[in-house]
Design a binder for this molecule. Structure first.
Ligand code: SAM
Length: 206
């Protein structure tokens, strides 16, 4: 055993090789449904997984682009969109490269991606988001919070870390405590009853 942590793509491929990934609840997270009306226009969902949030937004008339670095969840998302006759733009790429996408967006959604990055990756990701989004467009972000006990699963994020990550070029509109719903009964992915403690943040490009 080398003791080396698997690279992020291999780690997520492992999750998607299982019958069900812990976050893949088959519907958008409640926090996004509640914010739904304010997520308008041209939306990019980054780290889209199997696409339930993107599909939900497209069904409500948004123009949706999705990004994931893995083919498998993108293929599942493509099938869901096709089954519903929805048009969604699928991009297989690393989130730290989204700054190179030439299209413009009114909003970005991040459901469970921010909390997957290590410190350097987080900085690179926020830098890419800063280049991707124009002034006044909003990022809607759901991540595990430091109030969630234990160390298994995603990295816990404090409110202060969130504010620090978006200190330059962004304005934090709200950060509120909520829950990150998970698939019940997956060994090693047991979190607080009612869902892992999480933050839902709305952060706007200054
Ligand atoms: C925790 S899952 C959340 C998936 C989806 N947003 C949801 O809520 O069901 C994170 C997703 O981001 C993708 N991902 C992780 N790191 C990424 C990166 N650096 N670039 C692009 N996608 C990434 C993974 O493949 C996975 O689909």
């Amino acid at each position: 055993m080398s003791g080396t942590a698997p690279d992020p793509q291999a780690r997520f491929e492992g999750y998607y090789a299982a019958p069900r990934a812990p976050w893949d609840i088959g519907r958008p997270q409640r926090a996004f449904v509640e914010a739904g009306e304010s997520i308008g226009g041209r939306v990019i969902d980054i780290g889209c997984g199997t696409g339930d949030l993107a599909i939900w937004l497209a069904e409500r008339g948004r123009t949706v682009t999705v990004v994931d670095f893995l083919e498998k969840p993108l293929e599942l998302a493509r099938r869901k969109a096709a089954d519903r006759g929805l048009s969604v733009n699928f991009l297989q790429m690393d989130a730290v490269s989204v700054g190179e996408i030439p299209e413009r967006f009114d909003a970005a959604t991040d459901c469970g991606l921010f909390h997957t990055f290590d410190t350097a990756g987080r900085a690179a990701y926020v830098d890419a988001l800063t280049r991707l989004l124009e002034p006044a467009s909003a990022l809607f972000l759901l991540c595990f919070a430091d109030a969630e006990p234990g160390e298994h699963g995603p990295r816990r994020v404090s409110e202060r870390e969130l504010r620090e990550a978006f200190a330059a070029g962004w304005s934090v509109e709200k950060i509120e405590p909520t829950r990150f719903e998970v698939v019940p009964g997956i060994l090693g992915a047991e979190f607080s009853p009612g869902g892992a403690r999480a933050w839902f943040a709305v952060i706007r490009r200054a």
